[in-house]
Design a binder for this molecule. Structure first.
Ligand SMILES: NC(=O)c1ccc[n+]([C@@H]2O[C@H](COP(=O)([O-])OP(=O)(O)OC[C@H]3O[C@@H](n4cnc5c(N)ncnc54)[C@H](O)[C@@H]3O)[C@@H](O)[C@H]2O)c1
Length: 341
């Protein structure tokens, strides 16, 4: 009989893992099989709180025949290492963003999952916010005409205790980057997805301007797309007190702007702005990583579950997740910061 429910084992019991559990609790097609963390006390506490199993080791978790999906909520620089092992054990994969921190590691994970015949989805949950879907649909239908220019601004703030809270925060090896790769990636992913064209040229600057960390806390880049459109990205964790992230898109027929996942401007020929403006504020991680809404995770995890059950590629695919990673790595390299991993 075909399955109607998939059991998810979560690797990594830090900040984001509980968002996954809270989301999975709301999804009829998913169930938490158990959790694991290299810090056994964290796994035990999370397991007790949610009344699920705490695995004693990663190998035990990926060998469990009850587990259909391994959900990687570990530091980014070890996503592929752990993900490949789970794929080789025959488990489907959900991997938190970014897919990993280098092009080689990301591509290796995609290749290993393909070879093992398992599905791989990368969490880029802001694509699933209702306002984002509305904008994407309008762009695909040509509402703005040809896109001329798009801008992503992530002027966030992280305090020193954020970077000192865990030894891997702010390191090339485990975070793989800073303001762009850890915080800005969602907004950058959306900009590239909306622009719908490959990046052809990048001019950029990246630097550590305020925090005592290895990775960048401020970067800016001008992009030229193959379509001829231009783009601009600025990302920071040094902008006190932290401002909601914005995307602005300009096309032949007008302009649309989003702030923290809601539409704040829709000035397009022949369209009524009031039909599109979203009056309800949504959470932003602008100064607190835990302030993001859980409903985008719920929407993506449900879409992933339904696709896997239907035998289809779940969103967001590995190759799609490589687009923002590659762009950010190019911004670092061309901006004078070479990731050291
Ligand atoms: N989608 C989002 O909006 C969002 C938000 C925050 C974090 N994330 C992503 O989720 C992932 C985890 O982030 P987090 O904020 O939960 O981090 P975290 O530091 O809070 O948790 C990471 C967990 O991994 C464990 N760990 C550390 N090193 C390990 C190792 N070598 N082997 C095994 N386990 C190890 C730690 O004990 C910790 O519990 C990252 O990829 C991050 O980018 C995504």
């Amino acid at each position: 009989m075909a399955k109607d429910k998939l059991r998810v084992a979560i690797a990594g019991c830090g900040m984001i893992s509980e968002f996954h559990i809270r989301a999975i609790e709301q999804i009829p097609e998913l169930e938490v099989a158990g959790v694991w963390d290299i810090a056994a006390d964290l796994a035990k506490a999370l397991a007790e709180k949610w009344n699920v199993k705490a695995y004693g080791s990663y190998d035990e978790m990926i060998a469990d025949p009850q587990v259909d999906i391994v959900d990687i909520c570990l530091p980014a620089g070890i996503h592929a290492q752990y993900g490949c092992k789970a794929a080789e054990a025959g488990k489907h994969l959900i991997v938190e963003k970014p897919i990993d921190v280098t092009k080689e590691a990301g591509e290796q994970l995609i290749a290993v999952a393909n070879r093992a015949g398992v599905r791989l989805a990368v969490i880029l949950q802001t694509r699933f916010a209702p306002a984002i879907g509305k904008v994407k649909k309008a762009l695909d239908e040509g509402a703005l005409g040809r896109l001329l220019y798009g801008e992503a601004a992530i002027k966030w703030h992280r305090n020193e205790s954020y970077y000192t809270s865990k030894p891997w925060k702010g390191t090339w090896e485990f975070d793989g980057g800073g303001a762009l790769l850890v915080q800005g990636i969602h907004t950058i992913d959306l900009l590239l997805w909306f622009m719908g064209s490959k990046v052809k040229t990048i001019k950029s600057f990246a630097r550590t301007s305020l925090h005592p960390i290895e990775v960048e806390d401020l970067a800016a880049a001008v992009l030229e797309f193959e379509s001829g459109a231009l783009g601009y990205i600025v990302g920071s964790t040094a902008m006190k007190p932290g401002y909601p992230e914005r995307i602005e898109l300009y096309g032949e027929k007008g302009s649309v702007a989003l702030e923290a996942g809601r539409i704040v401007r829709w000035q397009v020929e022949g369209m009524n702005e009031e039909d599109y403006l979203d009056p309800t504020p949504r959470g932003s991680g602008s100064s607190d990583p835990g302030a993001i809404p859980v409903d985008n995770h719920t929407a993506q995890l449900q879409a992933i579950a339904r696709s896997i059950l239907a035998g289809e590629q779940p969103p967001v695919s590995g190759p799609e997740a490589m687009v923002s990673l590659n762009c950010i790595l190019d911004i670092y390299r061309l901006g004078g910061m070479e990731p050291k991993k």
